[in-house]
Design a binder for this molecule. Structure first.
Ligand code: GUN
Ligand code: ZN
Length: 433
């Protein structure tokens, strides 16, 4: 029999998108809750008073009177090779890439360097309560091997891919259409669906791929049922103008990817800030998703993501940190900045919608909602214990909070890695503060 264990604390998780059912119907909350895990899966969730009597006397129950259990956070766009260049000063996208990013990514031809960074990157994600991420590697095949090997150690549900990039980048970072196709295919055959790992075909963005390379990326995507496609879209105005110059026959930025058959239910586009109506429409039509990356969009001065436009067009949206363009691994801090991005557009981002975007919404964007993203019975036991007494300010502010929605909002405003008491992946503790 698999091992049973239970956690007693406040528990909150989303069961639907507040946009579809209203905030009140979008979540479940147990003030004194119990989460029962059998092996790697959730076997019960409910009020402690109802579930405790069902446990046998020898079941271990961890009690966290100041804890709030949520699903593990899902980061739908991040670059692990940019871990050590987070917080690089003074530039917008295209200069930032040439000045800081490309030299840093050049180091990943060395597998031992890649593994060292991958290990520290995963520790940082887990310290921040993130249990699943859609991750860029570099152009080097070994960078992805190192990442998957490191993820396997902790049995994490992770998605990664080798960057495809054959122009407009330094020679030490370019591949060719044929080598990028071949190496990506080899990585898919070795790693895709191995344990909890998945592969994403990863053309960096339109400007760094030739037509021929994008064509082969599309061919590869259509050779498999369930691999992902992960790239950048419409982040920065100079980038958008450059794409129009490089691909004069395309109707708009998204159309470059569309013409190469890269839109799908498993395609995730980071940013999508400067989109026209037909691009929103096409994203919806193809079931493609957008990763909203507020700390990055503010830090490298890209613009304000229009969440209401994406909602209007029924596009799946998840949250992304976009480290190292983004400035924090913390999903709580990412939601803090998301709130401000939405405020600047005279709208509000409710705490339940924020929780949704960072958990179930991210899972839906990645088509993994049957496995992760909430705490429904039968799903994988990826969860976080937040600590209401993590800092003096959280302690005093949360003592005045009038309910779980306000408490979540305070966590999202004042919280960061310090608020994460423990992180669990498939029922196993992978971080303890
Ligand atoms: N567009 C192309 N490459 C990158 C990258 O590494 N980071 C961000 N934020 N945008 C990109
Ligand atoms: Zn990015």
């Amino acid at each position: 029999m698999s091992q049973r264990k239970a956690w007693r604390a406040a528990i909150v998780h989303c069961i639907a998108d507040p946009k579809d059912v209203g905030v009140e119907n979008a979540y479940e909350y147990f003030e004194d809750g119990l989460l029962i895990v059998d092996g790697d899966k959730i076997s019960a969730i409910g009020h402690a008073k109802d579930l405790l009597p069902s446990l046998s006397a020898d079941t271990l129950v961890e009690h966290h009177p100041d804890g709030v259990i949520t699903p593990g956070f899902i980061d739908t766009h991040i670059h692990y090779p940019q871990t050590d260049m987070i917080g690089s000063y003074g530039e917008q996208l295209l200069t930032w890439l040439n000045t800081y990013t490309f030299p840093e990514e050049g180091k990943f031809h060395d597998k031992s360097h890649a593994r060292d960074v991958a290990d520290r990157f995963l520790q940082e994600l887990l310290r921040n309560g993130t249990t699943t991420a859609l991750v860029f590697g570099t152009v080097h095949k070994v960078s992805v091997e190192a990442f998957f090997e490191a993820s396997e150690v902790h049995n994490l549900r992770m998605i990664c891919g080798k960057v495809m990039m054959d122009r407009n980048a330094p020679d030490f970072l370019t591949d060719t259409p044929e080598t990028s196709y071949q190496e990506s295919k080899e990585l898919i055959d070795t790693w895709h669906n191995k344990g909890r790992l998945h592969y994403a075909i990863t053309p960096r963005f339109a400007p760094t791929s030739s037509d021929e390379q994008l064509k082969l990326a599309g061919k590869l995507l259509n050779e498999y049922d369930d691999v992902y496609m992960h790239t950048h879209l419409s982040e920065n105005k100079d980038e958008c103008a450059w794409v129009q110059d490089l691909f004069p026959a395309s109707k708009n930025y998204l159309d470059v990817y569309d013409q190469h058959k890269l839109l799908s239910e498993r395609s995730v586009f980071a940013h999508g800030i400067h989109l026209c109506d037909s691009e929103y429409h096409r994203l919806h039509e193809t079931g493609s998703a957008i990763a909203f990356c507020p700390t990055s969009n503010l830090f490298i001065g890209s613009g304000l993501f229009k969440l209401s436009k994406a909602e209007e067009h029924k596009i799946n949206v998840g949250m992304g940190t976009d480290v190292g363009g983004g400035t924090s691994f913390s999903m709580l801090q990412t939601l803090n900045e998301a709130y401000k991005v939405i405020q600047l557009q005279n709208e509000n981002l409710s705490p339940i919608k924020s929780l949704y975007l960072a958990t179930l919404g991210g899972a839906k964007a990645l088509r993994l909602e049957d496995k992760i993203g909430n705490l429904a019975v039968g799903t994988e036991a990826d969860f976080v214990i937040l600590d209401k007494k993590a800092t003096p300010l959280l302690t005093s502010r949360l003592a005045l909070s009038k309910g779980i929605e306000e408490s979540l909002f305070v966590f999202m405003t004042l919280g960061d890695d310090r608020a994460i008491k423990a992180t669990y992946s498939a029922g196993q503790c992978v971080h303890q503060r």
